[in-house]
Design a protein around this ligand. Structure first.
Ligand SMILES: NC(=O)c1ccc[n+]([C@@H]2O[C@H](COP(=O)([O-])OP(=O)(O)OC[C@H]3O[C@@H](n4cnc5c(N)ncnc54)[C@H](O)[C@@H]3O)[C@@H](O)[C@H]2O)c1
Length: 336
């Protein structure tokens, strides 16, 4: 155990790791709109410099402790919002070491470096996948942690790593368990690039706007749900961004380490999402019905009341707005 915790430097700047990626770039904008100074650290392996709006970008790796410590000192960093990670569930099962190294080990290096620079506040991108297939829905934060992939377990491990650093070193962390991030900024400036994305909405947009191939597969139509397809909780990326701003406010108030669901509390089936996209586009999304895929929970959506109680946060956008902003952004990309 560390005998003496470093004096917090109480800097004003927020270090955003992975801030050139999908959720990170929206959060950088939300932080700047809230007048918070920001510095982004991103390797640009899966993000683009163009997505970083109104904040300096340092290109580098979270595992580079010397760089991280220097960035914290140079930019007067007081807290970290930590997005940087790999997130491909399938790849995590074929190349687990890549995920343990980048997500878990990378986070340990990051935490060691920021603590040395006197930074003791962190907001972390966790995931509803830590629950695996929840025994009941809506799922609240007391549900068993039962990850069903290496990726999901990296998130559960990091939550525990952060709790241990809280006990040993005074770190306070908010782990936000995101449900399914979706949508784009209302001005269509940033969104979810379908060349990296594997999630339903960008894949559906690609099928709709680029035609055949690529084809969209609906995996499983015989689940015990009203229309037979899986149910998920789609949360607008700007709502997610807002949850990070409010999490930093919680930490600034001296708030304790906590794990929090970030979802709408409303489940939508795959076919409901495709119908919503078809309604916005004025034509149906081309798709094929396919057998169930291993490892897909039937239904998962959030019980979001802890976010309201602790952070004063609740989702402001619904599925229609998610689909409308995503469609507008993807159309704008085709026009470029
Ligand atoms: N998208 C979702 O629905 C979702 C759901 C739950 C959790 N999450 C988590 O949220 C976070 C952000 O997700 P996203 O959808 O914005 O992903 P993303 O891939 O768009 O962004 C991740 C960013 O991190 C950067 N990065 C990765 N490893 C790095 C490293 N070692 N050093 C520096 N930069 C690095 C990438 O270049 C990329 O810009 C991830 O941790 C992800 O696991 C996402």
């Amino acid at each position: 155990m560390r005998s003496v915790a470093p004096e917090p430097i109480a800097g004003q700047t927020v270090l955003v790791t992975g801030g050139a990626g999908y959720i990170g770039s929206h959060t950088v904008r939300a932080l700047r709109a809230a007048d918070r100074p920001v510095v982004v650290l991103d390797s640009l392996e899966l993000g683009t410099a163009d997505a970083v709006i109104d904040a300096p970008l340092v290109v580098g790796d979270i595992a580079d402790e010397a760089l991280v410590e220097q960035v914290c000192r140079d930019h007067d960093v007081g807290s970290v919002v930590h997005f940087a990670a790999y997130k491909n569930v399938g790849e995590s099962m074929t190349d687990p070491g890549k995920y343990f190294h980048n997500n878990v080990d990378g986070t340990v290096h990051l935490v060691e470096a920021v603590l040395r620079a006197g930074v003791q506040q962190m907001v972390f991108s966790s995931s509803c996948s830590v629950y695996g297939t929840p025994p009941t829905v809506p799922v609240d934060e007391s549900a068993p942690i039962a990850p069903e992939s290496v990726y999901a377990d990296t998130k559960a491990m990091i939550e525990r790593v952060l709790r241990w650093y809280g006990m040993t070193s005074g770190l306070r962390a908010v782990s936000l368990r995101y449900f399914n991030a979706a949508g784009a900024s209302v001005d269509s400036r940033i969104g979810e690039d379908w060349s990296y994305a594997l999630n339903l909405i960008p894949v559906a947009m690609r099928a709709l706007l680029l035609g055949d191939p690529p084809q969209l597969q609906v995996y499983g139509t015989d689940y015990p749900t009203p229309d037979g397809t899986c149910i998920r909780d789609y949360i607008h990326v700007d709502d997610l961004a807002d949850a990070h701003v409010k999490s930093l406010d919680h930490l600034d108030r001296g708030g304790d380490t906590v794990e929090i669901n970030v979802g709408t509390g409303i489940g939508s089936s795959v076919l409901e999402v495709l119908n919503a996209i078809g309604a916005v586009a004025g034509r149906p999304v081309p798709h094929e019905l396919a057998p169930r895929r291993a490892g897909d929970p039937v239904s998962t959506y959030a019980e979001p009341s802890r976010a309201a109680e602790v952070l004063g946060w609740r989702a402001a956008h619904g599925l229609d707005e998610i689909v409308r902003t995503a469609y507008a952004w993807h159309l704008a990309q085709l026009g470029d």
